[in-house]
Design a protein around this ligand. Structure first.
Ligand SMILES: CSCC[C@H](NC(C)=O)C(=O)O
Ligand SMILES: [Zn+2]
Ligand SMILES: [Zn+2]
Length: 431
């Protein structure tokens, strides 16, 4: 619990020594110093700081706790036509752990070295949360005000699956009262000179395959033991993995000729093995756990049938450790929100690369609630360092991202009610 500060208001004291530094950058660095690191995130410090930022910007502040000690923080720009649905700008507060010995910088100091801001969360995704707020500061400075209510939302626990965060919050009346028309959430950086925009994700399935068998002395040829059964199941599951890997390496999109990305195929990896009691005793049970990510191109029912078949043939059983029951994609064609993103990108001079997110984010809960969501972290020509040591973001890339939201928010705000209703409830496609 060393990362939890006894006095959360200490977060307000952090500034920088450089008076010439833009306030946006200073605020980003202040947020990075909150040690909201799993598994014991210091949410209290982040709450003090973020609510301070909200008040400073003249935003309404609300904090919900669907689970005690796990705040969902809403900073709301209310100068709006209440008939219109809102825009929700979401980011998660928590970050993943660090191996400090592998870092060349202190992961909690947010030091700036050669224009790079080093800290856990610099890319994933404290940058985006502050970019939303600083874009609002700039738009207010310009005298612009939205017709739609804009909610800047900070949620806990995304990094551990969102169960006590977005998944819970989306079941509350507070979420329904937001009346969201669109949610923006996290994406990934991009080495290329483009922003990736994620309009869907692969469905995460975490499964356990178990083989039961006869026990006895480890020196014998005892029939019907657990080992060969589990071995058979693992071999067939990994053969499916090989087939998908081949598709990943050779497949191209029919319409564009672009090579497949991870989002276009299903991955399956053996991640945990357990069982047995002693070296010379045949185990009554052995189990293998797999992390499976199912592309929206593949029916969940087909993957279930494959696992059923493999387990039946090998004499194993299987169960879910984590199940995703449905997968939803935000369509691009005929989608005015996508058109708004494209228009903002054109004005900003950046190409968008729409794609399927390889892992899981809170957007999956949003799309499941039939609200369109796009994942975008405006970081181009930037190595993807999320969850890596020496995570950093260049100051100029951070500032450029603010400018992107300054262009994007008015375009999203201008989407008309009729346009929004164009496709009715078909904003998300169930896969
Ligand atoms: C399935 S819940 C865990 C969420 C995590 N998200 C990321 C972005 O790493 C993952 O995909 O493993
Ligand atoms: Zn993230
Ligand atoms: Zn992450």
């Amino acid at each position: 619990m060393a990362n939890i500060h006894p006095d959360p208001s200490h977060a307000l004291k952090w500034t920088t020594d450089d008076p010439s530094e833009p306030l946006a950058v200073t605020n980003f660095r202040r947020y990075l110093r909150c040690q909201t690191v799993q598994p014991t995130p210091d949410y209290a410090s982040a709450q003090v700081l973020l609510t301070h930022f909200g008040r400073d910007l003249g935003l309404a502040v609300a904090v919900h706790e669907p689970v005690k000690g796990k705040p969902v923080i809403l900073l709301t720009w209310q100068d709006a036509d209440p008939k219109l649905k809102s825009l929700v700008l979401n980011s998660h507060i928590d970050v993943v752990p660090v191996f400090p010995e592998l870092w060349t910088q202190d992961p909690w100091a947010a030091d700036k070295v050669d224009g790079r801001i080093y800290a856990r969360g610099a890319q994933d995704m404290k940058c985006v949360g502050i970019q939303y707020l600083e874009a609002i500061r700039e738009l207010k400075r310009k005298g612009w005000a939205p017709k739609r209510t804009v909610h800047v939302m900070f949620v806990p626990d995304e990094e551990i699956g969102g169960k006590d965060g977005m998944e819970k919050f989306i079941e509350t009346s507070a979420w329904k009262e937001l009346r969201p028309a669109l949610v923006l959430d996290e994406g990934l950086g991009n080495d290329e000179d483009k922003y990736k925009v994620y309009h869907g994700e692969r469905a995460p399935w975490w499964i356990e395959v178990t083989a039961s068998g006869e026990t006895g002395h480890g020196s014998q040829f005892i029939p019907d033991t657990a080992g060969p059964k589990l071995n058979k199941a693992i071999a067939r599951l990994l053969a499916f993995r090989d087939q998908q890997e081949h598709l990943f390496k050779t497949g191209t999109h029919a319409a564009t000729g672009k090579p497949y990305t991870l989002g276009d195929v299903t991955t399956l990896n053996l991640t945990l093995l357990s069982g047995g009691v002693q070296h010379n005793v045949l185990p009554t049970s052995l189990s293998a756990k797999f992390d499976i990510r199912i592309t929206p191109n593949q029916k969940l029912a087909d993957v279930r049938a494959l696992i059923d078949d493999i387990c039946a043939e090998s004499g194993c059983t299987w169960s879910f450790v984590q199940e995703t029951k449905s997968n939803h994609v935000t369509p691009l064609a005929g989608n005015p929100w996508w058109r708004a993103l494209e228009a903002a990108a054109a004005e900003h001079g950046v190409e968008l690369d729409p794609t399927i997110f390889p892992a899981a984010t809170d957007s999956r809960f949003v799309r499941r609630a039939r609200v369109p969501a796009f994942g975008v972290s405006p970081m181009r020509k930037t190595p993807v360092l999320l969850h890596c040591h020496d995570e950093y973001l260049e100051e100029k890339v951070f500032v450029e991202g603010i400018e992107f939201y300054v262009k994007l928010l008015p375009k999203l705000d201008a989407v008309g009610v009729e346009e929004e209703a164009e496709v009715g409830t078909k904003w998300t496609v169930e896969c």
